[in-house]
Ligand binder design. Structure first.
Ligand code: BGC
Length: 757
């Protein structure tokens, strides 16, 4: 398709109108030129195709589809290959339904457990979020369907989401809030990017030139079109100039006219409108030229896939005395309404109209297991009556083991608003306590999109975190509980003991329309580890029914330059009696550094399936980014020369293997020494130290450490060389004039020339 030719045939009005949606879910057609409408639809963990009465909050029904586990769960798999397969399945359903772009994945960083939309997001860690979303995008797009990675950027709260400004320093944006988007754009080239509702440092994402053009396109090389989140446009003409190609859903023509007026008034270059059209049309035709509406959509097959994925995402948080797996011949009581009707997805635009759902009770019965059921709490009323409590306790007493299915009801977390606290419903906590008191063999299965406080943790023997695991989560839970599947999920986020422990606690939500990301790069485990704080469950944690041992860490070099790569290898062995999957995690740390940095940061992971007794090597390749921090002076990644720690294990708090490597920087940071620069900073700079020689001697003489003849012994003892150095290090160079007299001024001038030369 000759897109340039098409654009040249369009009127300004037609071009402006192409830059907004035709309705809730379609791009515009230009019939006289043979440009048809194309459809976009929500995801991200399945297809939410709405036909009539469209809305973007999941209120009206969409077509029957398959709900896969949400990102909160799939991130816990630590298995990008699985995300790729899930993406392929979603891509196929889009082909079948003639949807050109699925609106996802959503990759915002989980800054606080309170964010109402955490269930849709992957992680508190940018590397993990990046790996998972990249794989999913590759999966969907392998079927010639586009994705829309969202919400770009810094959309980590729902509170005032359409007006709030996320105010954050450059380094934190680069190290924490951008990398998932960056990795996806560079490695998977999503067809579209959806900008967020919020402002970033005072400028709406939808009209942020730095965000949408300088970073996204000029730096990262994004080639597709950008679209607004639904209703995220404030100043449309400014948006076009900033690089926002498509406004969604539409403004009924109001904003299109503003584009026309701005071009006519000379405040918006028509070329910017042409460019937006070009980008939109490229994707429109990319889809049309590859559309395969005959693609089958086998929902049964996808349901089975959703069950397998959900099982591989579950995180075994606790398993005292190996209560799990349960004996298939034993009498087991399932308690809690979620056992019958699990909560498996979140509310809002991602809400999928499932063609089928399976609860755990139904799945256990279908598998011929000896399971009884008591509902306990009521989800709808958020209560636990005495009668239901008594029934649950009686069921618990009569069984060999009990599983309480608990978690967060829909009203506790959703798109559109934040949680007010991190607690589970009081009625559920009460039920768990009572059941655990009635039967010591109590396990809890959790259905929640974000961490919860667990006041009963010491009273139950096992906890299985199922997150919001999609429509087949009941089947998956039964398979894991009874040992058909060995759990292999690991936490993609820290579970703090209580909400107040979270690093963003003091500032989350902000004041009025301003929310400052004051904890900086210390998000999640980056904070808890630095503080050596107690957590309920650490980032990366996840148990198995077998045991793994990590051994034999090897590095390909002891010393590298920041332009080289380093390979780190270790051996993982299944030392238990069951087949299982380990998740090897590699963390890098810079113990001595000028910028204040986290103790460790995830820079590699691999999921390995191992038979009992089997060993396999895992290997990670690290490049500059694994060691670098974002330097705000040069506005670039920078590695500070020195030794870095390399740790491998299976959680951020279980890292038995340790090694180190020295990385040498090949980049010299700019030097701007002035008379106000302090001695310490110059002496730390190798070049500075070299130049300082004579000047240093002179300084030491003035300050007494080199007194050879003068001064009494007592005076020498009172001021040792070490003390002089310690006192002097914070002194500005100009101090030499204050203490050494006016004749030193010339020497200082010469020194500064040499240092900056
Ligand atoms: C959400 C997006 C979603 C869009 C369309 C918005 O409210 O923030 O994630 O894709 O609606 O439903």
């Amino acid at each position: 398709m000759d897109i340039q030719k098409l654009i040249s045939q369009m009127t300004l009005e037609e071009k402006a109108s192409l830059c907004s949606g035709d309705d809730f879910w379609h791009t515009k057609a230009v019939e006289r030129l043979g440009i048809p409408r194309t459809m976009v639809s929500d995801g991200p963990h399945g297809l939410r195709k709405q036909d009539e009465a469209a809305d973007h909050l999941g209120i009206n029904d969409s077509i029957k589809a398959v709900c896969f586990p949400t990102a909160s769960a799939t991130a816990a798999s630590f298995d990008p290959d699985m995300l790729q397969v899930m993406g392929e399945a979603i891509g196929e359903s889009c082909q079948h339904e003639q949807v050109s772009v699925v609106l996802g994945p959503a990759v915002n960083i989980k800054r606080s457990p309170l964010c109402g939309r955490n269930f849709e997001y992957f992680s508190e860690d940018p590397y993990l979020a990046g790996k998972m979303c990249t794989a999913m995008i590759q999966g969907v797009q392998s079927r010639n369907i586009g994705t829309s990675i969202k919400h770009f950027a810094l959309n980590s709260q729902e509170h005032r989401r359409m007006s709030s400004s996320s105010d954050c320093d450059e380094r934190t944006i680069r190290e924490i809030y951008f990398p998932a988007f960056e990795m996806a754009v560079k490695k998977a080239q999503p067809w579209t990017v959806m900008c967020s509702y919020n402002k970033i440092n005072g400028v709406y994402a939808s009209e942020n030139h730095w965000l949408l053009t300088e970073v996204l396109r000029d730096e990262w090389g994004f080639e597709g079109y950008t679209m607004s989140d639904w209703g995220a446009v404030s100043d449309r003409a400014a948006g076009v100039a900033a690089g926002l190609d498509l406004e969604m859903p539409s403004s009924g023509g109001v904003n299109d006219r503003k584009i026309v007026e701005a071009v006519k008034a000379g405040t918006l270059d028509e070329k910017a409108v042409d460019l937006a059209c070009e980008r939109i049309l490229k994707i429109v035709f990319r889809y049309l030229e590859n559309a395969e509406p005959a693609t089958p959509w086998d929902k049964e097959k996808q349901h089975a896939m959703a069950a397998a994925i959900a099982a591989d995402c579950m995180v075994l948080l606790k398993n005292e005395g190996e209560l799990l797996p349960l004996d298939k011949g034993a009498d087991v009581a399932f308690i809690g309404e979620f056992a019958e009707k699990p909560r498996f997805q979140g509310g809002g635009s991602s809400h999928i109209n499932c063609f089928r759902t399976t609860g755990a009770v139904e799945a256990a019965k279908a598998a011929g297991l000896r399971v009884t059921y008591a509902p306990g709490y009521s989800v709808a009323e958020d209560t636990l009556t005495e009668e239901r409590l008594a029934e649950a306790v009686a069921a618990a007493k009569a069984a060999k083991a009990v599983v309480v299915f608990a978690g967060l009801p829909d009203s506790y977390e959703s798109e559109g608003y934040d949680r007010k606290h991190m607690r589970m419903p009081e009625c559920q906590n009460r039920l768990i306590e009572a059941v655990a008191a009635a039967n010591p063999n109590t396990a809890v299965v959790l259905h929640n999109g974000s961490p919860v406080e667990m006041p009963w943790i010491g009273k139950v023997r096992a906890v299985l975190e199922a997150y919001l695991g999609g429509q087949a989560v009941g089947e998956a839970a039964v398979r894991v509980l009874f040992g058909d599947v060995n759990p292999s999920g690991h936490l993609p986020e820290t579970f703090p003991v209580k909400l107040e422990d979270n690093p963003s606690y003091l500032f989350y939500g902000g004041e009025g329309n301003r929310t400052e990301y004051r904890e900086g790069v210390f998000v999640g485990y980056r904070y808890y580890d630095k503080k050596q704080a107690e957590v309920l469950f650490p980032f990366g944690h996840g148990l198995s029914y077998t045991a793994f041992e990590f051994s034999n860490i090897r590095v390909s070099a002891e010393k590298i330059k920041d332009t080289d790569t380093l390979t780190v290898t270790a051996t993982v062995t299944n030392t238990g009696k069951r087949a299982g999957k380990a998740v090897a995690q590699l963390y890098v740390g810079d113990p001595e550094s000028t910028p204040i940095r986290p103790v460790r940061e995830l820079k590699g992971f691999e999921k390995v399936a191992l038979q009992p007794g089997e060993s396999r090597d895992v290997s990670f390749t690290l490049d500059k980014r694994a060691f670098a921090y974002w330097n705000e002076e040069i506005h670039d990644w920078h590695v500070e020369t020195g030794e870095f720690t390399l740790e491998i294990g299976d959680s951020s708090r279980n890292l038995p293997l340790k090694a180190s490597v020295t990385v040498e920087s090949t980049v010299e940071l700019p030097r701007h020494y002035t008379a106000d620069s302090i001695y310490m900073d110059i002496m730390k700079d190798p070049k500075g130290r070299e130049i300082m020689g004579a000047f240093m001697k002179k300084t030491m003489a003035i300050f007494g450490a080199e007194q050879e003849s003068g001064g009494t012994d007592a005076a020498k003892e009172a001021v040792t060389e070490e003390m002089t150095m310690a006192m002097m290090q914070y002194m500005p160079l100009r101090g030499i004039i204050s203490f050494g007299g006016p004749e030193t001024a010339g020497e200082l001038r010469n020194l500064l020339e040499a240092l900056n030369g």
